[in-house]
Design a protein around this ligand. Structure first.
Ligand code: NOJ
Length: 571
């Protein structure tokens, strides 16, 4: 059983937390639920290259992650998603896999992996692998064999086509810029790659490919993983007739100068659902409810609904990028996104995140250079009180900043070189985790593969542990509150009225009702509590404000700039 999280004294002091009766509420939270574990889980994304270096090589490794499990347990996370740690030429830092059933030597061995799973299990933490299904590395033996001749038994494992009038087969573009076709001079045919040229797309219409990939899933499930984050699964299929994609009229060219195009014929084709169902049935043949998190970037309500499957037999947690793509702190905008996500997943379960290894860290996205820490706490409160499973990106719990390369020579992510200076690539959000104020933020004794920003001196685990007001202690408190209150972890969500500054909603179960008010502005705001009920008073459960205790529901709640307020509505 999960070892009860011990709230640090600092975290208790950090805010006014009234009316806690954790044990009673924990019991209530538990008894209300027969839900699978992933519905109440807090997920944490680890970028293995940057998390912890136990070997002083300058890049992180699995032994490093294992050495930090106590920290993750203390934070309160339930499951870690590790971005690809398989053998890889590292063109796309692991998303170009050359062996699906092993660990990259720079990250460790399969024994290290088994140890990580076993040590995590002791702390009741689950491990999820990243499953890159759409493409392999061009150095993967499957592709090497496929490229060897037109008659290769693996030729059809990838997408090979003749050119058209001496040119590429059609106008499809790589997400990373320019044509998605690369000519192989040896066989004089083009292969298709929606990402880098070193990432050829697998042909998911080929039954042998499917079988080989489902065997990969079994390999890791047999080793004890609790599920997968499926990489780029919207683009598994392409139109067999290779029709040209329509250009977007008056659309702006992308950062690499390619014309704006709608990926009508190579994105989100109906066959993806068949693959989702097949993979899900592999997972369902294992005990303990393994989970699929889908990197899916569909845009409409109907599309997201479809990803769960008509019979709820596809992806349990499709990602929506609604928050990751929101660049402004605006109560109406967030409200709109939440409303959409609720509609899409009313009989299923949403998944929320602000930052990941492909998006700018939200500390910078929403920060106004004055109230950044308050805003980081406010957004954490939002993420951790919504209906749905949250994914934290390593370091966001400290308020880590983006640290973009200063010159093109420093850039490691190839798209940063291609897009420079408009787009500097993704290095900025992938810098080493900041453990302490020592050299290289305690990540490594040798120079790390990416530099740490100067702010690490104050923004690091060791300092923030000691600071009652830190972002780290805020996350710990909110995660614990979520765990201990059934309404927060599993309740339904009711959005309250539209307000230009305050985002408000109620989370409720049969036993508990909690009001959440988030002031997204730098001014004091009043929130009319008569919107909730005329009955009695509201008991403060948690607030960032200093002098709050309880409120008559006939009164107004005064919210300080960027204040977080959680109050329990008496039943
Ligand atoms: C999405 C991943 O998140 C990204 O980092 C990667 O470059 C592409 N898929 C290609 O695998």
């Amino acid at each position: 059983m999960r070892q009860l999280f011990k709230m640090s004294a600092y975290a208790i002091l950090s805010c006014i937390v009234l009316n806690f009766s954790f044990d009673v509420q924990s019991a209530a939270a538990k008894s209300e639920s027969n839900a699978p574990w992933w519905k109440s889980a807090v997920f944490y994304e680890v970028y293995p290259r940057s998390f912890a270096d136990a070997k002083n090589t300058g890049t992180g490794n699995l032994a490093g992650i294992t050495s930090k499990l106590d920290y993750l347990q203390e934070l309160g996370v339930d499951a870690i998603w590790i971005t690809p740690c398989y053998p890889s030429p590292q063109v796309d830092f692991g998303y170009d896999i050359s062996d699906y059933c092993n660990i990259a030597p720079e990250y460790g061995t399969l024994e290290d992996f088994d140890k990580l799973v076993a040590e995590a299990k002791k702390r009741d933490i689950k491990i999820l692998m990243d499953f890159v299904m759409n493409h392999t590395s061009d150095k993967h033996p499957w592709f090497v064999e496929s490229a060897s001749s037109k008659n290769s038994p693996k030729r059809d494992w990838y997408i090979w086509r003749d050119g058209k009038n001496g040119e590429v087969p059609n106008n499809w573009q790589s997400i990373f810029g320019h044509s998605a076709w690369k000519l192989d001079p040896k066989t004089n045919q083009y292969y298709y790659h929606i990402f880098y040229t070193e990432q050829p797309d697998l042909n998911w219409r080929n039954k042998e490919v499917r079988k080989a990939m489902y065997d990969v899933a079994r390999f890791w499930l047999d080793r004890g993983v609790a599920g997968f984050r499926m990489d780029a699964v919207g683009v598994l299929f392409e139109d067999p007739a290779l029709k040209d994609n329509p250009l977007i009229k008056d659309g702006k060219p992308n950062a690499y100068g390619d014309p704006a195009m709608q990926n009508k014929y190579n994105d989100n084709l109906p066959e993806i659902h068949e693959v989702f169902r097949e993979l899900r049935s592999v997972l369902d043949s294992y005990p303990n409810n393994p989970v699929l998190i889908g990197e899916t970037t569909v845009k409409t309500e109907a599309e997201i609904k479809n990803l769960y499957g008509e019979k709820h037999d596809e992806i349990q947690l499709p990602m929506n990028f609604f928050f990751a793509y929101l660049n402004k702190l605006s109560a109406p905008d967030f409200r709109k996104r939440i409303e959409e996500a609720e509609k899409m997943s009313i009989s299923d379960w949403p998944l929320y995140f602000f930052s990941n290894h492909d998006e700018r860290r939200h500390y910078d996205r929403y920060g106004d250079n004055k109230h950044n820490d308050q805003i980081a706490k406010l957004t954490a409160a939002l993420l951790l009180t919504l209906r749905g499973s949250p994914i934290l990106y390593y370091g966001e719990e400290l308020g880590m900043k983006n640290n973009d390369p200063k010159s093109i020579e420093e850039v490691k992510d190839p798209i940063g070189k291609l897009g420079w200076p408009n787009f500097k690539g993704r290095d900025g959000e992938r810098t080493p985790m900041q453990w302490n104020a020592c050299k290289n933020a305690g990540f490594s004794d040798v120079d790390p593969w990416l530099p740490v920003p100067p702010s690490y001196v104050n923004c690091n685990v060791e300092s923030e542990r000691k600071d009652p007001d830190s972002i780290l202690n805020f996350y710990k408190t909110l995660i614990k509150l979520r765990r201990d209150n059934g309404a927060l972890s599993q309740g339904q969500l009711k959005l309250l009225d539209q307000d230009p500054h305050v985002l408000s909603y109620v989370r409720h179960t049969k036993k508990q009702e909690i009001l959440i008010c988030l002031n997204m502005s730098s001014e004091k705001q009043e929130f009319d509590l008569t919107k909730i009920s005329q009955k009695s008073s509201l008991k403060t459960l948690f607030t960032t404000m200093k002098d709050d205790q309880s409120h008559e529901l006939s009164s107004k709640l005064v919210l300080e700039p960027f204040a977080v307020y959680l109050g329990e509505i008496p039943k």
